[in-house]
Design a protein around this ligand. Structure first.
Ligand SMILES: Nc1ncnc2c1ncn2[C@@H]1O[C@H](COP(=O)(O)OP(=O)(O)O)[C@@H](O)[C@H]1O
Ligand SMILES: [Mg+2]
Length: 179
């Protein structure tokens, strides 16, 4: 089972991925592969442009993915990879996400872009375009700590995965901040 652990930056993918790895899960950090798949730079938005086809080419060669029954691929593009059979999307209320991104040192323009993306369910929409809904699970991390989120995912992967989408609603933030 190839599990994509995705979410807007700051929702906790790397933190939770590391904790899952400590618990014995095989975890690939997509950033390790992304460096080989850069095809350009968006100077205005201060970010790199990646070729998803190249990622799809490199990832299946990763020994962790080949050898594991369950392999978690952590990264905000992981839900776009063709081999993913289960998608876990970490979510976070934009007000809380703002605090996390500030702590990570993000510049204010990037913070605002990511808060909008989170509020508008961009990753969920992208995931729903390429995977059937029963394979997608959203998890609200807002008032939880990383250990609790990790425990929840471990149970989900060990005791039978159940999809669940559409319960998370950040429209209160959109009403106050967008438009
Ligand atoms: N419930 C939670 N789950 C994951 N991370 C959390 C949670 N609550 C607070 N955090 C904090 O949010 C930050 C998330 O950063 P990081 O793991 O780098 O996110 P990402 O990899 O998604 O960009 C960390 O500082 C982490 O300690
Ligand atoms: Mg990360």
């Amino acid at each position: 089972m190839f599990v994509a652990l995705t979410g807007t930056p700051g929702t906790g993918k790397t933190t939770v991925g590391d904790l899952l790895s400590d618990q014995g899960f095989r975890v690939i950090h997509l950033t390790d592969i992304e460096t080989k798949c850069v095809v350009g730079e968006d100077k205005k938005r201060e970010c790199l442009i990646y070729d998803i086809d190249l990622m799809n080419k490199y990832l299946p060669k990763d020994p962790l993915l080949i050898q594991s029954d369950v392999c978690i691929v952590e990264g905000h593009l992981s839900h776009l990879l063709s081999g993913a059979t289960k998608i876990i999307i970490l979510r976070c209320h934009p007000e809380e996400l703002k605090k996390r991104l500030k702590k990570k040192g993000y510049p204010s323009l990037k913070i605002h872009e990511n808060l909008e993306a989170e509020a508008l369910d961009i990753i969920l929409c992208d995931a729903a375009c390429c995977h059937i809904t029963g394979t997608i699970r959203e998890i609200d991390t807002t008032h939880k700590d990383p250990v609790e989120v990790t425990r929840f995912i471990a149970v989900l992967l060990q005791d039978g995965f159940q999809g669940e989408i559409g319960r998370i609603d950040w429209s209160d933030w959109i009403e106050k901040n967008v438009g």
